[in-house]
Design a protein around this ligand. Structure first.
Ligand code: GLV
Ligand code: MN
Ligand code: MN
Length: 400
């Protein structure tokens, strides 16, 4: 808990937590994590994309690894457990093994992924995709809100974009991936349970929409002659919400909207906004994206607005492996806790890592199901239950 507090102090936001990929704050957080990994008996380094990687050798050096981890970046005005708890818990487990001088028939690698949230460049899972050998080199040209391309941000952080492929693990090197994470939902709390075993991670699609109308004088242009991009965007936001409400399993969100030029006496001529759509079934998500596209195009045509929609990223449902879920169930039961399986509505690094290894996740109850919010909270007892459950899983892990 103290380490979560310590990482939360590395923030660009005074009095709150914002730490995006490759920022000076993230580099400072990485230094702390590297130090904790070394104290826990690991060899620790930054990989080619800027993930923090710690390795604890098994019974002999060079064995394939069980990979553990989560992410060290945050959303804007974030809570301090989303991501960080998983990295810190994994280090804590290794520290326990190390203090008992226990070596396992496999190595453990703990990874603090540099980018899971995708806040800075609009595209997520940059760290874990590089580890999975699925980094899309076209993203090097993507720019942050200050116009800095990813390739420059990497170079500024002392990383060579040409060497990103070196972060990739080969298939046989990773026996499985397991991640502890806060639930970010209300199910465990409602049922009075400290931890739960994840069945699958819902898929997502992210779009960026640009609307161009006509900027003009707020006092002189009559209402019937306007092409107001923000009024059109308002209709679009409600259309996205309608699609999200059209089926119980769907969710759809406009999380960011910028109106330009942004003055009280100017009709907005340009609007940019994002759309995030998720579902536990890929067909239903793909259909929802189509529905959003056609609703937005109807609105723009009717209002004589020029619209473009950019597909930022999409990712199918990532199922946790049955053999790993069974081992995770046994780990929870070994702690004397009731086994509860549940899906994840939020995205996680395992979505990318499943390209090279089967994945498992363990959820820890969080207060009110709140996350992506400074009110995110967990109890010390639940953090302990999660870390002990993860340690049971690690100590009894057997590749199938
Ligand atoms: C990450 O938290 C995501 O689900 O977008
Ligand atoms: Mn998050
Ligand atoms: Mn997260």
């Amino acid at each position: 808990m103290e380490r979560c507090d310590a990482l939360a102090r590395h923030s660009e936001l005074a009095g709150g937590l914002t730490r995006v990929f490759l920022s000076p704050e993230s580099r400072a957080a990485n230094e702390s994590v590297l130090g904790w990994m070394r104290e826990a008996g690991m060899q620790a380094r930054l990989d080619a994309i800027g993930n923090v990687v710690g390795r604890y050798e098994g019974e002999r050096p060079g064995l394939p690894c069980l990979m553990l981890g989560s992410h060290l970046d945050t959303v804007r005005n974030a809570g301090k457990y989303d991501g960080m708890l998983g990295v810190i818990s994994a280090i804590e487990c290794v520290d326990t093994l190390n203090s008992k001088k226990k070596r396992l028939p496999f190595a453990i690698e703990v990874v603090g992924f540099g980018d899971e949230e995708g806040v800075r460049f609009g595209t997520t899972l940059l760290g874990s995709r590089a580890v999975a050998g699925k980094f899309d080199f076209a993203t090097l040209k993507m720019k942050d809100s200050n116009g800095i391309p990813l390739e420059k941000a990497l170079a500024d952080a002392g990383l060579d974009p040409k060497r990103i492929a070196q972060a990739a693990k080969k298939k046989g090197e990773v026996l499985a991936y397991a991640e502890l994470h806060i639930e970010q939902g209300p199910v465990l709390e409602a049922e009075g349970l400290a931890i739960g075993v994840v069945t699958a991670i819902n898929g997502f699609s992210r779009l960026r929409v640009s609307l161009t109308g006509m900027a003009g004088h707020a006092g002189t242009v009559p209402m019937n002659l306007r092409r107001d991009a923000l009024a059109a965007a308002a209709e679009c936001v409600l259309a996205v919400e309608r699609v999200g409400r059209s089926k119980p399993e769907l969710v759809a969100t406009v999380g960011r909207l910028d109106a330009l030029p942004g003055a009280i006496n100017v009709i907005p001529g340009d609007v940019l906004f994002t759309v995030d759509i998720r579902a536990p079934e890929d067909d239903s998500r793909v259909k929802a994206v189509d529905d959003v596209r056609s609703a937005l195009s109807d609105i723009s045509n009717r209002r004589k607005i020029v619209m473009t929609i950019e597909d930022l990223q999409s990712q199918g449902v990532a199922a946790c492996a049955p053999w790993l879920m069974e081992q995770m169930d046994r780990a929870v039961a070994a702690e004397g806790l009731k086994v509860r399986r549940l899906p994840s509505g939020a995205g996680h690094d395992g979505m990318a890592i499943q390209a090279i290894a089967d994945i498992a996740m363990l959820f820890v109850r969080c207060k009110g199901g709140i996350s992506h919010n400074p009110a995110e909270a967990i109890t010390e007892a639940d953090a302990g239950a999660g870390a002990r459950g993860l340690l049971q899983f690690i100590a009894n892990f057997k590749k199938q």
